[in-house]
Design a protein. Structure first.
Length: 203
């Protein structure tokens, strides 16, 4: 099996930016958020179960899942979050593992926002954390998604705290500051880690 590097970080930390830089280097990336969309795509059995539970109003006009509305619903009603997690987590995990084990590149980047919370670090040979301050998370997420600060704070509190996350890290990318200004430094750091992971995978 290929060498697995788990990439994680809090909401708004810039995980996607970092992952895209690895993609530019030819590294296969499996993103839990993308897999989560794949398992509930239009016409899927899981989406049908979600509609049965929440009603037709949980869909967009094109028949796809209204993820923004679903996110709001489950954070306002904890019992609904438990129901949804019990439905989706086994299917997401199974599909992620299928994709991970199908890789032939020396290593794969596995992007999972809740890598630590869902006890998935045991499946990784290495853990890379994208780290930012709480203020940066709030600022970036509110600008990107237009979400209310209260909802963003709820999402942050549902994740492990910054210092717990860092305690799991083998490698850390600090991503505070303006993304456009730090992109050059990010690219250099990613390139260094890329060579390191290739060497570790070979060893």
């Amino acid at each position: 099996m290929t060498y697995i590097v788990g990439l994680t970080g809090g909401i708004g930390s810039g995980k996607s930016t970092v992952a895209n830089l690895f993609i530019e280097l030819g590294v296969p990336v499996i993103d839990a958020d993308i897999v989560a969309r794949q398992v509930v795509q239009k016409g899927s059995p899981l989406l049908a179960q979600i509609v049965t539970h929440f009603g037709e109003q949980i869909l967009l006009d094109n028949g796809e899942l209204d993820r923004a509305q679903l996110r709001t619903r489950i954070f306002q009603q904890p019992e609904e979050k438990i129901w949804l997690n019990n439905l989706l987590h086994p299917a997401i995990r199974q599909e992620m593992l299928r994709q991970l084990y199908a890789q032939t590149y020396p290593y794969v980047l596995w992007v999972v926002p809740l890598l630590i919370e869902n006890n998935l670090t045991e499946l990784c040979q290495r853990v890379l954390v994208v780290d930012v301050k709480l203020e940066t998370q709030l600022q970036r997420t509110s600008q990107r998604d237009g979400n209310q600060i209260e909802l963003i704070q709820q999402i942050i509190h549902a994740q492990v705290d910054r210092y717990t996350r860092l305690s799991f890290a083998d490698d850390v990318i600090n991503n505070d500051g303006d993304l456009s200004q730090t992109l050059v430094a990010l690219k250099q750091k990613v390139l260094e880690l890329h060579h390191q992971y290739l060497a570790l995978a070979k060893a």
